[in-house]
Ligand binder design. Sequence first.
Ligand code: IPM
Ligand code: MG
Length: 458
Amino acid sequence: MNSAITSWWDTNWSGDRSEALVFGRTGKLIRVRGFGRYRKPSVGIGRSGKSRRANFELRMRAEGAGRKSAFRETGRAVVFRTNMSSKTLKIAALAGDGIGPEVMREAIKVLRAVEKKFALTINITEAPVGWAGIDAAGKALPDATLKLCKESDCILFGSVGLPDRDPTIPKEERPERAALLRLRKEFSLFANLRPVKLPKELSHACPLAKERQGTGIDILVVRELTGGMYFGQPKKTEQISAGASKATILRAIDTMVYTTPEIERIAHVAFKTARLRRKKVTSIDKANVLENGVLWRDVVTTVAKEYPDVQLEHMFVDNGAMQLVLKPTQFDVMLCENMFGDILSDEAAALGGSLGMLPSASLGSAGSTGQFGFYEPAGGTAPDIAGKNLANPIAQILSTALMLRYTFNLNDAALAIENAVGKVISDGLRTGDIFSASETNARKVGTTEMGDAIAAAI
Ligand code: IPM
Ligand code: MG
């Protein structure tokens, strides 16, 4: 049987509901959404990750490139990478400290609206982490919380760490290291994606002059997350003797370590994601001083040979920090080791209007969808504004969009969230961090009202 549909890509099945990117009759990629019934369900869709041939009968609505037509198809197609073997999305929600709980509440509100609109079943289990974990179970990452994470499809994370709390708790047991870094390592989440986008309506919130913003800032920071100085050994503070005076001198040591495979795998993520964007990777290093920088540059150059369609540029990190404020529009994907990525992603976030707008996805494999992931706002606990209904929930809400896209392959649901955020921004709703009195039609709102508006716009 001949079919107009020659192949499937990124197919997403849940029961008899389907979403897919399909090569249509013309060979062009179109997006389809619809409901399918398999004529022979037994040869239907395989388990997660398998490619199968399947008979199908679909009624679909094609969207994309301005077309909106309904059509019916029957035939046989190869289904690649099916991901949704069950309808239930199992999410561990770890709100943490500071503004974490209040922005998480809004993100869950938005998720519930998505659940309704897309007829999903979303199973969200909340568990304590960070100081909330220490208070509840004596540990920043309680055993029960870790167990829940292992049993879930993904982790939706808030933020942890309150620098001023209880100085008697040793640094190794404090939330940043004992919960956040531990989870990143535990699940081998080496690829951290931080998409920075300045909406045109928030041009005033960007610290750069209008002419430097060009036609818009749109940067993806790809940060290596499980190596470098965050984890390298030795890592310690030691006493050293101080010659004749015998005064105690302390010496702190952090070690920057990267191996070839660690650099290769994150480089692949950067090139793969660049292919879906403007096809340019700027690799950040300090090759003029650091051994790590020399190796980083060599390995990235080698990996780049597999992606001849993607332009590669190398940049020293100090220059990168400067170029971000001079000409941010030159960047598409910025590939960074762990600490450089931490620093530059905050700088880039400010260019995108506010750190409160920057979501992130931490993944454990190179660019594939349907995988375990960890989703968190890139900003911190912001203790100064916690509990005051002032925090911007958008970074947390956009993190749930990344979650739907990368772990559940629900691109339409992810887009629904991103579009809803875009709508409330263009409607003029602003939390304090993105508010300017000079804007006409802007209205200052609190965390809850912002969440309500986004949920309503789904
Ligand atoms: C981030 C944060 C964390 C980091 C802190 C809270 C440990 O700044 O995710 O960017 O340094 O990675
Ligand atoms: Mg940071």
